[in-house]
Design a protein around this ligand. Structure first.
Ligand code: CMC
Length: 393
């Protein structure tokens, strides 16, 4: 093993060169293609950010228009694809449905399996980014036994998603621009985060030459885990448990610090940030502002603030440099919008999709693009004797 650098969890391995997202974890800085989150906050437009990440610069009018039209034209699902949904039980986890259905897109759109140039990538990206929200909305509606909502071609990206989620045959969902702006911001803040687990998975799968849909379906599976995208659901479950009086915020923090307990303070800590996750700071502001505009109070927001206050004064969290991450406040916003907890990680996936596509495309264009094939440090027996089954106990 002499020549192999051992780096469990790959925390100290640069797996690729990338020009998409810059993070300074010590200072708590995150920029997309060099543009700060603060600048994006003033104009929350997820589609624009998706194009920025995927193609390297903010889109001009023509590209923006072309891409938006393509999103509108591709929003519906092939009627045959809808039959697949009938095969899932109502209780199916929406992330399982999403991963399966993104894989299924490879079967329905074989024309996108070989992408030769930027024009083809743009078309495939529009199809995927558009359809993922229809798939997500239908997965939600199927879980409740509700009918499919056809996309409305007059609505922009985020509003159309809300319509597909919440309109009923007898009542059109009423679009609230504050909600639309908040959801745009949630999606933007999830859009890319360099070599996180799901993005590395997309690059890993893509490195073998696998197609865009297959690579992104793998990304959804990686995102599902509670230490990654699944944490946003776990945060709300934690806050609800405290709210129901099962334990106090102080007791929960004590449990999260106990090294004999598997409990962690969900939505806290990050492999890269050793300072405030700038996304958490923005999402806290967005959640407070949205609730205020809606004239609502959410007791879970007060509990989250309390937990943050306790943790940030506690030497356990201070010494380990554990701060709130992107998942700590996002659920408060999604709850206010009416999105159920089991859909939170799906929303993360919709947001992260442009980042996955950007990385898949960047890797495809890299001339030294090699198949990813990490090494290991073998820790088993070098040689063992074979015993015939009849002679084994
Ligand atoms: N609560 C309590 N202790 C923690 C926490 C936490 N949330 N996070 C880390 N620690 C402790 C951990 O026990 C370890 O302590 P010790 O050094 O005494 O063994 C130390 O801090 C370092 O933790 P680690 O697990 O080695 O750090 P990591 O970089 O491997 O893990 C993490 C990063 C995000 C998985 C972890 O902080 C965690 O599990 N957080 C809670 C889950 C969460 O919020 N995940 C979302 C991450 S951000 C968005 C995303 O990626 O989807």
């Amino acid at each position: 093993t002499g020549l192999i650098a051992f780096d469990p969890g790959l925390g100290n391995t640069g797996s690729c060169e990338s020009a998409i997202t810059f993070i300074d974890g010590e200072k708590g800085i995150l920029r997309y293609r060099g543009i700060s989150l603060d600048a994006l906050q003033n104009h929350p437009n997820f589609v624009e950010v998706a194009l920025l990440l995927m193609f390297g610069k903010l889109p001009g009018k023509a590209q923006y228009q072309r891409f938006s039209t393509s999103l509108t034209n591709n929003a519906n699902l092939d009627e045959d694809m809808k039959h697949h949904f009938a095969g899932f039980p109502r209780s199916a986890p929406p992330m399982a449905v999403l991963s399966a259905m993104i894989s299924t897109l490879s079967c329905f759109h074989p024309e996108f399996l070989e992408l030769e140039d930027a024009t083809q990538v743009e078309r495939a990206a529009a199809r995927l980014i558009s359809k993922v929200r229809t798939l997500a909305a239908y997965a939600y509606r199927r879980s409740l036994g509700l009918p499919y909502n056809y996309p409305d071609p007059t609505l922009p990206y985020v509003s159309n998603f809300l319509h597909m989620m919440f309109s009923e045959p007898y009542r059109q969902y009423s679009i609230d621009e504050d909600v639309v702006a908040a959801l745009n911001m949630v999606l933007i803040l999830h859009a890319d985060h360099e070599q996180n687990c799901s993005t590395s998975t997309v690059r890993m799968v893509g490195s073998s030459g696998a197609n865009l849909f297959a690579s992104c379906a793998a990304g959804v599976s990686a995102l599902w885990g509670p230490l990654h995208g699944g944490a946003n659901m776990a945060v709300i479950e934690m806050l609800e448990a405290i709210h129901k009086g099962n334990m106090t915020a102080q007791e929960y923090v004590a449990l999260a610090k106990d090294r004999d307990s598997p409990v962690r303070l969900m939505g806290f800590g990050h492999r890269v940030y050793r300072n405030f996750d700038p996304r958490a700071t923005i999402l806290r502001e967005v959640s407070e502002k949205l609730l205020q505009r809606m004239g609502r109070k959410d007791p879970l927001l007060s509990i989250a603030r309390k937990l943050e206050e306790i943790a940030l004064q506690d030497s356990y969290f201070i010494d380990r440099k554990l701060y709130p991450n992107v998942d700590f406040y996002s659920g408060i916003i999604l709850r206010a919008i009416g999105i159920p907890t089991n859909m939170f990680t799906v929303i993360f996936a919709i947001g992260r999709l442009p980042g996955w596509i950007a990385h898949w495309y960047e890797q495809k264009r890299q001339s030294d693009g090699k198949i990813w094939r990490p090494r290991q440090v073998y820790a088993g027996n070098r040689q063992s004797a074979y015993t015939a089954r009849t002679e084994r106990g």
